[in-house]
Design a protein around this ligand. Structure first.
Ligand SMILES: Cc1ncc(COP(=O)(O)O)c(C=O)c1O
Length: 359
């Protein structure tokens, strides 16, 4: 078996233990004589999987009775329009922080539904930073504040939630969900595309506070697209195999000690890699230090011509997924939960050997 050291930004590596378990259960799920994806979504096999995934999520994030956990199709992009569709009436306004392409995509969809204000943008400086907690003044009449906690493409991350003085926070946490503890009481809604820290692509996890849900409207919203349709009994056939895999990933995370334990490992991985980049001036990282992401670490080689050589050699060394997004260029190592400390050590060793040979 060849499992590469996979630094892909998403879809991303999943814990090998999870894939091995899914493989073992694929043909005959716990004696059912069928795979979990071949049985009823309302039957005795899938019911406990669904309940377990929600219960694990609640334990991992310290959610209370007032929180709904949903697994919805369409990934994070689907949430870009579903949120303003449910929470903005004509004439309502919301504040969106613009910290990169994903924020901009969310803004574009929100503008279909309401008056969207941008109290902060880091576009001028090439999205190389995010604001500190008290840096932004929010519009007091905003129905919610939307932000992207980790900017996958630029390698920036909020170290703490923006201080909104009580305006509900809505967060696209696609690329740092469950990578560290969060203060859940600050959020009206958190969503994350599954394909980084959770499971396969094409679905999003949504955590919704019931108090915030009460502010949603349903006028002219198709039933499936109303959040309220997903808080009780199953409204439709959900992505059962995806939910099963998410449950296995959450089990893996619980066995590891939960998000606080995960954060310690994630900090170690990021520290090791940033130290290797900062070591001398062969590599460089252009993000402001306080805004550096622990999930997506971007770096360039000062001599840009060497970057394609680096990527090619890295692949030959079983280090894959390191090419950065086409809009930034350069190299990006995504250090999601399932990327092991050992994989990062091997990357750092490769980087120092490369520097020795080409520096
Ligand atoms: C921060 C962030 N938001 C949203 C998305 C879009 O997610 P999806 O492709 O699941 O719609 C991505 C994808 O990489 C992302 O990184």
């Amino acid at each position: 078996m060849n499992r590469a050291h996979n630094f892909s930004a998403g879809p991303a590596t999943l814990p090998t233990e999870v894939l091995v378990k899914a493989q073992a259960e694929l043909l005959d799920y716990k004696g059912a004589g069928a795979s979990i994806m071949e049985v009823s979504h309302r039957g005795k096999e899938f019911d406990p999987v669904f309940d377990s995934a929600k219960a694990r999520m609640k334990r991992l994030l310290g959610l209370s009775e007032k929180h709904h956990v949903m697994f919805l199709q369409g990934g994070a992009t689907h949430q870009f329009f579903m949120i303003p569709m449910n929470f903005l009436n004509k004439g309502d306004s919301a504040d969106y922080l613009n910290t990169g392409v994903w924020s901009q995509k969310a803004i574009k969809e929100a503008r279909i539904y309401g008056d969207i204000k941008i109290p902060y943008s880091s576009e001028q400086s090439g999205f190389n930073r995010v604001p500190s907690a008290n840096e932004v003044r929010f519009n007091p009449s905003a129905k919610f504040v939307h932000y992207t906690s980790n900017n996958t493409i630029y390698g920036t991350q909020f170290s703490t939630e923006p201080n909104t003085n009580g305006i509900p926070l809505v967060c696209d946490a696609s690329s740092d969900f469950l990578s560290r503890p969060i203060d859940i009481d600050k959020y009206g809604l958190i969503y994350a595309g599954a394909q980084k820290n959770l499971g396969p692509s094409g679905a999003a996890v949504v955590i919704l506070d019931d108090e915030f849900l009460k502010k949603a409207h349903t006028d002219n919203i198709p039933t499936y697209l109303q959040y309220g349709s997903h808080t009780g009994e199953l409204y439709h056939t959900p992505p059962t195999f995806t939910i099963y895999l998410i449950d296995l990933v959450l089990e893996w995370l619980e066995n590891l000690g939960g998000v606080a334990a995960m954060e310690i490992i994630n900090k170690q991985k990021a520290k090791m890699l940033y130290c290797a980049i900062d070591d001398d001036d062969f590599y460089e990282n252009q993000v402001e230090t306080d805004s550096r992401s622990k999930m997506n670490v971007l770096f360039r080689i000062k001599n840009r011509d060497l970057e394609s050589v680096f990527l090619k050699e890295a692949e030959a060394h079983n280090l894959i997924g390191l090419k950065a997004h086409r809009s930034t260029g350069g190299i990006r190592a995504s250090l999601y939960n399932a990327v092991s400390l050992q994989s990062v050590e091997i990357l750092v060793d490769f980087m120092s050997d490369f520097r020795r040979r080409f520096g």
